[in-house]
Design a protein around this ligand. Structure first.
Ligand code: KG4
Ligand code: ZN
Length: 368
């Protein structure tokens, strides 16, 4: 009987160089999986084209608890993964035997959630003897603003160095993307992320989780100058963000005005005022970093990039300052496997080695 150590030493766990070279052609067909948080997603990409992108969101499940419950998220991924993969393959018109490579989010994310997609992708790669690529979720966000159209296609022909804002429920980051696959993180949040600030202040106002989209909707008919909230670290010369102070000031404001959310127009004004504070900080710090770094292009991605005021304000200021602006399509702002697949494809085409199959998830993977 074969003896198995803790670390499999067999060469079957190492990427096969010949297979990888063969696979890394512009026409390779790649299946990508994303399960880092509360979206189960699978996508098939080929030559920069998104042949299919299936996303099963767990928002309704977690709404009851006012936030993502990791154990529930993992169970839901387990339940949904195979149907989602099946949908992605069917929509793409691709059989599993036609895949040339497989990719999955390796980190950062919820450990038990990451494991579902990562291990499934490794298992497919192992069974089909295909290269596997583990991807950093945030690095994938950096390239999502270059995917556009219907059908969605990644077009890097106009690529230029850019300042990238990644803004989601868990992260707020400014990243200098110097060239394709080369980046440097300039700053990130020291406490709450911008999306978290939307969600937590919205919760204080009595809005359902996640409150970001609801604040966006209500703010459209509100006065952003009705109430004055702090703009944290706006004047600080660094590129870090901080949003917990803003959340606290909304808490004190509501303590002093407990009946305000009962008045629909005053609630809209409050939403617009909180949103204006978040958006002003995000836009001002992004543009300042872009000017300082000498790039001519600004990009934005992550769930909060769905926010209409943020999109409008980035467009207005970039137009005024002469920056090209690339915003991720709304369907690609929230978590999706399409962006994971596009980055994995770029890496294989650039000759970057696949990820050995004995590698594990990296839940705390910090983009450098
Ligand atoms: O990227 P994402 O789907 O998940 C991660 O956090 O990784 O982002 C979700 C976040 C939530 O905080 C949600 O409230 C926020 O994005 N969000 C929005 C909007 N749509 C989603 N925040 C403000 N305005 C929106 N329209
Ligand atoms: Zn994300």
């Amino acid at each position: 009987m074969a003896a198995f150590g803790r670390k499999p030493a067999s060469s079957i766990f190492k990427p096969n160089a010949a297979v990888c070279r063969l696979a890394a052609t512009i026409d390779m067909t790649l299946l990508a999986l994303e399960t880092s948080c509360d979206e189960t997603s699978a996508a098939v990409v080929r030559g920069g084209r998104i042949l299919s992108s299936a996303v099963s969101s767990q928002i309704k499940l977690h709404a009851e608890y006012g936030g993502v419950v990791p154990e529930l998220a993992a169970r839901e991924h387990l339940r949904n993964l195979i149907p989602v993969v099946q949908t992605a393959l069917t929509d793409a018109g691709v059989e599993i035997g036609q895949l040339d490579a497989v990719a999955a989010t390796q980190g950062p994310g919820l450990p038990m959630a990451l494991l579902v997609g990562f291990k499934a992708a490794q298992a497919i790669a192992f069974a089909r003897r295909k290269p596997f690529v583990g991807i950093n979720h945030h690095e994938a966000h950096l390239y999502s603003p270059w995917i556009h159209g219907n059908p969605l296609v990644a077009d890097f022909s106009g690529f230029q160095p850019n300042l990238s804002l990644i803004v989601s429920g868990g992260h707020t980051m400014l990243v200098l993307v110097e060239s394709e696959l080369k980046h440097r993180v300039l700053g990130s949040t020291v406490d709450d992320a911008a999306g978290e600030c939307f969600d937590k202040t919205g919760k204080l106002m009595g809005l359902p989780y996640p409150a970001g989209p609801e604040i966006d909707r209500l703010a459209e008919q509100g006065n952003p100058r009705a109430f004055d909230f702090p703009r944290p670290l706006l004047k600080d010369p660094g590129d870090d963000f901080s949003f917990s102070g803003l959340k606290t000031s909304v808490r004190y404001f509501l303590r002093d005005h407990p009946a305000l959310p009962d008045d629909p127009q005053r609630l809209r004004d409050l939403c617009a005022s909180v949103q204006a504070a978040i958006v002003e900080v995000l836009v001002a710090k992004t543009i300042r970093a872009a000017k300082r770094e000498g790039v001519r292009c600004v990009t934005a991605s992550g769930g909060v990039t769905c926010n209409r005021a943020l999109r409008r304000e980035l467009a207005r200021v970039c137009g005024r300052e002469g920056f090209e602006l690339r915003l991720a399509e709304k369907s690609l702002c929230t978590d999706n496997a399409a962006m994971i697949g596009i980055l994995a494809e770029r890496k294989l085409l650039a000759g970057i080695s696949p990820t050995p199959l004995d590698q594990e998830i990296t839940p705390g993977w910090v983009l450098a």
